[in-house]
Design a protein around this ligand. Structure first.
Ligand SMILES: C[S@@+](CC[C@H](N)C(=O)[O-])C[C@H]1O[C@@H](n2cnc3c(N)ncnc32)[C@H](O)[C@@H]1O
Length: 245
């Protein structure tokens, strides 16, 4: 059984001796490429994150930069009767002319919940009621995503807007209670199944912000330009706006 490569000289020697070629790149070239673009990990060379709470203890987590940017860009949608998960934080921050802010949670110990129900069935959530449903960072912890999106569609009044964000990259929320990570394609198809074609999808992030977020860095540790660069191959947060027809 060959040993997995380590950084020891012996391992380098073994690799050279085995004359292995990866992806067709000759070994000497691989060494050259590593020399040309060295990966200097510094304080990131550790197997635990810098923060155990997404970076909240260091500032604002990187994904919150994208979630808040999206909601700010869509703030005109947040008005009238608004439904949000867990608390009304984003409704309060970005809403205008909000006539009623409802908070949904499956957790009946949440004192902020005005509706205690399971989003996947939503029997206690009124139909054709909401002008806006802010559904951030929750679909990943709901196994039946299709059921949740059907409920979201039912809860909105015609013309009402669903604002969703989902993680493409994120640490596990709570082990055993976190099911999915999404691509822009998968979340688009899932939302379109419930809402038809009035769906806009936007992917935020790049390889640097993905690494920073996983490591538990705060967005304040990155530059605006680094945060604002969106590379479709390396999304961190995916945002969707869907309108009920
Ligand atoms: C991780 S929080 C995210 C929501 C928050 N607005 C945010 O942006 O961080 C998820 C919330 O959804 C609730 N939740 C999880 N599964 C649910 C379900 N099936 N139906 C309703 N609420 C659910 C959790 O109890 C929790 O309060």
């Amino acid at each position: 059984m060959p040993e997995p490569p380590t950084s020891s000289l012996l391992a380098v020697w073994r690799e050279v001796a085995s004359r292995r070629r990866d992806w067709g790149t000759p070994l000497p070239l691989q060494y050259l490429f590593r020399l040309r673009r060295p990966a200097i990990l510094g304080t990131l060379r550790r197997t635990r994150p810098l923060s155990d709470v997404w970076g909240f203890d260091r500032g604002t987590p990187v994904d919150r930069f994208y979630i808040e940017r999206f909601l700010w860009e869509r703030r005109e949608d947040i008005h009238g009767r608004v439904l949000e998960l867990m608390d009304s934080g984003y409704t309060d921050l970005y809403g205008t002319d909000v006539t009623r802010a409802d908070v949904l949670d499956i957790d009946d110990s949440n004192p902020k919940a005005t509706i205690v129900d399971d989003l996947t069935t939503g029997e206690r959530i009124p139909a054709d009621t909401y002008d806006c449903f802010i559904l951030t960072q929750t679909l990943n912890i709901v196994y039946d995503v299709r059921g949740a999106l059907r409920t979201a569609h039912r809860a909105l009044r015609p013309g009402g807007v669903l604002l969703v964000t989902v993680p493409a990259v994120s640490r596990i929320w709570r082990p055993g209670h976190d099911y999915w990570r999404f691509t822009d394609t998968s979340i688009r198809l899932l939302v379109e199944e419930a809402f038809g074609d009035r769906v806009q999808v936007r992917a935020y992030g790049n390889v640097l912000t993905g690494i920073a977020f996983l490591a538990g860095m705060a967005h304040q540790e990155l530059t605006r330009r680094e945060l604002a660069t969106n590379d479709p191959r390396f999304p961190v947060t995916i945002a969707v706006r869907a309108v009920k027809q």
